[in-house]
Design a protein around this ligand. Structure first.
Ligand SMILES: Nc1ncnc2c1ncn2[C@@H]1O[C@H](COP(=O)(O)OP(=O)(O)OP(=O)(O)O)[C@@H](O)[C@H]1O
Ligand SMILES: [Mg+2]
Length: 380
């Protein structure tokens, strides 16, 4: 298996999918989304349950026909093609292996459908098994493998046909936490080695950040924000995105003045210069997104009581009791500074350059967020 000469670019153009439920209710699963995927990029669809991730992926794969909109690969419309003509490989949450076939035959399946046989076939299978670190296990049945090994077989089966696009639907969620982390690193390694354009569905934000060139945060069938993980983390466009990617505090502030991408905002009685989204103007109350690691513990002009302190090893997590809210802070330098206990009065400050101010319109949205939308680490 060699590096794909020219990785496929994929465009989603105003894709919409409506379902009619048995009670004749209409569900808009995917609502007019457009997205450009560069060739060779790893793109994650991230969002709460029911936001339309799987439906989007199934439309790309050809298992579901769009109600409207188009899917292009390298500029050519493939919307009418059947799945087997799309040159895509898909990996599912439930590995969906053939239980009666050996590992070798599972991986060979797609190649046999494409009329490959003999030495070329066995070489292709062996190469793929080697790529996913399963050399020597070809003769086993899926039932004779661990969950992580089975998922590697599923990955090998999807890759054996040398697809132009790889699609993943929560492939790691049946595995325990350690295995998830090591297998996701392997998926990333293989994807980069081969340069296959990949679309990966997950509701695990740490998985999305670790894997992706581009994270697409979805909500209610729509794209809330798409961008590189660090950008989405640093400059979330809505309160929903800030809350879904990582953890965030939201502090209210009075906007005094504003420039192109900054604003002077009074937060907790202190004037600060904060990077700001469009729409943050004097006279409005901004919502300032503050990541826990951007709260400085033990120095500064502000004072708060420690409500809760959780020791996590590399860092300590504190809840600081402000007048009208609780601020989450993490201290990576507890070894240097010592630990604080609940009830301690401490000094603190913000790193304003690491905060991000949102206008009221982007912040109001939280009212519409349902409780399921809280990012959940899958159990295990
Ligand atoms: N065949 C169908 N018939 C009717 N409604 C459907 C069908 N498939 C999906 N839906 C609905 O479309 C919406 C999006 O579903 P989808 O499976 O794409 O969500 P998801 O983001 O993958 O969620 P999860 O994280 O739970 O897997 C949901 O409201 C779902 O109930
Ligand atoms: Mg799904």
């Amino acid at each position: 298996m060699t590096t794909t000469a020219s990785p496929a670019s994929v465009s989603l153009e105003r894709l919409t999918k409506r379902f009619r439920t048995p009670e004749s209710r209409e569900v808009v699963a995917v609502d007019d989304i457009s997205l450009e995927l560069d060739g060779g990029s790893f793109v994650t669809l991230l969002g709460p349950s029911g936001c339309g991730k799987t439906t989007t992926l199934r439309m790309i794969a050809g298992f579901e026909a769009p109600t409207s909109g188009r899917i292009l690969v390298d500029g050519a419309d493939i919307s009418r093609k059947t799945p087997d003509k799309r040159e895509m490989g898909m990996v599912f949450q439930s590995y969906a292996l053939f239980p009666h076939l050996s590992v070798f035959e599972n991986v060979a399946y797609g190649l046999r459908l494409r009329r490959q046989s003999g030495k070329a076939l066995s070489q292709a299978v062996e190469r793929t098994l080697e790529l996913v670190n399963l050399t020597g296990l070809g003769q086993r049945r899926p039932s004779e493998l661990s969950g992580g090994q089975q998922q590697r077989v599923a990955l090998a089966r999807a890759m054996a046909i040398e697809p132009r696009v790889l699609l993943f639907d929560e492939p790691l969620s049946n595995l325990d936490a350690k295995l998830r982390v090591s297998l996701r690193a392997e998926i990333r390694r293989i994807q980069q080695q081969l340069g296959i354009t990949s679309v990966y569905v997950t509701h695990d934000q740490s998985e999305a950040m670790a894997l992706s060139d581009v994270v697409v945060v979805m909500k209610d069938g729509r794209i809330e924000q798409a961008g590189p993980p660090d950008e989405v983390y640093r400059r979330p466009m809505t309160r929903f995105v800030a809350d879904f990617i990582g953890r965030a505090n939201f502090l209210e502030g009075e906007v005094q003045s504003s420039g192109e991408d900054h604003a002077e905002i009074t937060i907790q009685g202190q004037p600060m210069r904060v990077p700001a989204a469009p729409g943050v103007r004097p006279g409005v109350r901004a919502t300032v997104v503050v990541r826990p690691e951007s709260v400085r513990i033990g120095s500064g002009d502000l004072r708060a009581k420690v409500g809760r302190s959780t020791f996590l090893g590399p860092l300590v997590e504190y809840e600081l009791m402000l007048d009208d809210e609780v601020l989450l802070a993490v201290d990576p330098d507890w070894m240097g500074k010592g630990l604080h206990q609940p009830g301690d009065e401490i000094a603190w400050s913000l790193r304003p350059d690491q905060a991000y101010a949102l206008p009221p319109s982007a912040a109001d949205e939280l009212a519409a967020v349902d409780p399921d939308a809280v990012p959940v680490e899958p159990a295990g």
